[in-house]
Design a protein. Structure first.
Length: 111
């Protein structure tokens, strides 16, 4: 039987500026999936650009190069990650005129 764990990194939070999720230690897992649920997003060109970041210690971060396609409408989106270090998080850039995004982000880990 496989082991898995789901963690909520953001729950129904509002964002209008760039942010990073809380880091999560996941060295035991062999695969990870990030889920982003956009509950609401302003319709004035607001866009969320999310990039997976890796860390060996949970302090210093580097972009993995894996990224979500730009998100500009409500819905649920996911991204699978393999070959990561000991820690994962998402770096999120928000663009647009007076953007406001309400979202939930989950990280699902499996071994």
């Amino acid at each position: 039987m496989r082991n898995f764990h789901t963690v909520v990194l953001e729950r129904m939070t509002h964002h209008s500026e760039d942010f990073a999720t809380e880091p999560y230690e996941c060295a035991w897992a062999s695969e990870a999936t990030f889920f982003i649920r956009i509950h609401a997003i302003t319709e004035n060109g607001a866009t969320l650009n999310s990039v997976v970041q890796l860390s060996v210690d949970g302090i210093d971060w580097v972009d993995d190069g894996i990224r979500f396609e730009p998100i500009s409408k409500a819905g649920t989106y996911f991204l699978r990650v393999k070959h990561f270090g000991g820690w994962l998080r998402l770096r999120n850039e928000i663009a647009g005129r007076e953007p406001d995004i309400r979202l939930t982000i989950h990280l699902v880990l499996k071994e």
